[in-house]
Every structure is written in C-alpha cells, then in structure tokens.
Design a protein around this ligand. Structure first.
Ligand code: SF4
Length: 67
C-alpha cells in the first residue's frame, strides 16, 4: 500500500499515530501529521485502512500497489 497525507487538511487528532506509529508521526509544535514511511510492508495494510477510516479530516490517501 502506498500512503500519502495531506498536511493542509490534517486537524492534528493523532488517530493515525495511535493506529500505525511506525508510519505516522506528528509535528511536535502543531501536531500536524508527518509521514514516516510512504511504502510500508504489506502486513500493515489492514492497520493503514483503519487509520484512514479513523482520520476525521480525510487527510490520509491509500493506493493499492501491484505486487
Ligand atoms: S488522523 Fe488525520 S487529522 Fe488526525 S493527525 Fe492523522 S492525518 Fe491528521
């Protein structure tokens, strides 16, 4: 799964960081999402879907990648 985030939409809720802390982090000052890993291992696909569903701002985009 390829991951991208829209920092302009992020409202700093932190749901993504709780769901997948190896992929998402938050800026220390404003809490805006930071992407740590845009192409994480397939084992994280389900957690990534959860993170995208939980994001109240719709700021997380997931793209299936062919393997
Ligand atoms: S869950 Fe969405 S709104 Fe919350 S920090 Fe992550 S990207 Fe931002």
């Amino acid at each position: 799964m390829h991951v991208s985030v829209d920092q302009d939409r992020c409202c700093s809720s932190g749901q993504c960081v709780l769901a997948v802390p190896t992929v998402f982090d938050q800026d220390e000052e404003e809490g805006v999402v930071r992407l740590l890993d845009a192409d994480p291992s397939p084992e994280l696909d389900e957690k990534l879907r959860t993170a995208a569903a939980l994001c109240p701002a719709g700021a997380i985009s997931l793209t299936e990648v062919a393997r």
